[in-house]
Design a protein around this ligand. Structure first.
Ligand code: NAD
Length: 245
């Protein structure tokens, strides 16, 4: 499906990102895993035999340096970017009145600004591909308005809106961009989510039960193909029917 397509994946060290990396690799993509966690990132990349590069998406200079290396590896072209890196854990269970300013600002800098800066830095390479694709990992919490998670929910709502706007700016370059909104997954990052919320999801999905990261990676893989251009600007909610978009 992705034969020899060059793809840059952020946050690929662990969790959903590591499963996306595995799936893209199995579909024949040439991938670079980029992550702030160099130790775990290298371990994941080595397992697949792919390249790892360090990046902190909170830091614009780090992003620029990453894209220079990516340009060298992929000869000035990039067929796909997956904006998966985010602060996704350790910020829930706090009411909107109790979130501290530093946490709010950090979540916005990493999840929202980081996604914009990554996309901006990759844009020349995506245009040069002739069939560039961007997949932004959002969250269904932004659709149903999960309580006690406001900074994260707001950041993922911004990802969905940015995807629509960027689709319009990128369209004439044949660059397609989509957002994917998973529900709660069986990743380590959700270990600190209450059992009540896990059950709430598991019991109220159209397809009941837990959802593993590998359940959604095929969809992400498809969105990186040439054939997925018609979906540009769309949000795909991949949560086994918990909420519909
Ligand atoms: N796990 C879920 O249930 C779930 C549900 C909906 C959406 N998501 C989204 O899926 C994506 C992956 O989530 P996850 O559950 O695997 O989380 P995770 O915390 O396990 O993984 C996030 C990855 O991003 C990296 N990262 C964090 N900050 C970074 C930075 N500044 N620069 C570069 N890399 C950085 C981390 O090192 C880590 O490898 C996130 O965008 C998350 O919001 C997850």
């Amino acid at each position: 499906m992705l034969n020899n397509r060059s793809i840059l994946l952020t946050g690929g060290a662990r969790g959903l990102g590591a499963e996306i990396a595995k799936c893209l690799f199995e579909h024949g993509a040439k991938i670079i895993i980029a992550d702030i966690d160099a130790e775990e990132g290298r371990r994941t990349a080595n397992k697949l035999g792919v390249q790892f590069l360090h990046v902190d998406i909170e830091d614009p200079n780090s992003i620029e340096a990453l894209l220079k290396d990516v340009a060298k590896t992929f000869d000035g072209k990039l067929d796909g970017l997956v904006n998966n890196a985010a602060i996704a854990t350790g910020i829930g269970g706090v009411s909107f009145e109790e979130i501290d300013l530093n946490t709010w600002d950090k979540v916005m800098r990493v999840n929202v600004r980081g996604t914009w800066l990554m996309t901006r830095a990759a844009a020349p390479l995506l245009r040069a591909s002739g069939s560039g694709r961007v997949v932004n990992i959002a969250s269904d919490t932004a659709i149903w308005g999960a309580p006690l998670l406001l900074s994260y929910v707001a950041s993922k709502g911004a990802i969905i809106s940015m995807t629509k706007s960027l689709a319009q700016e990128f369209g004439s370059d044949q660059v397609g961009i989509t957002a994917v909104a998973p529900g709660i997954l069986t990743t380590d990052s959700t270990n600190d989510v209450s059992a009540t919320r896990h059950s709430f999801y598991n019991e109220n999905r159209a397809v009941p039960g837990p959802q593993a990261p590998e359940d959604i990676t095929e969809t992400i893989s498809f969105l990186l193909t040439k054939g997925a251009l018609t979906l540009t600007g769309q949000l795909l909610t991949v949560n086994n029917g918990f909420v519909f978009s």
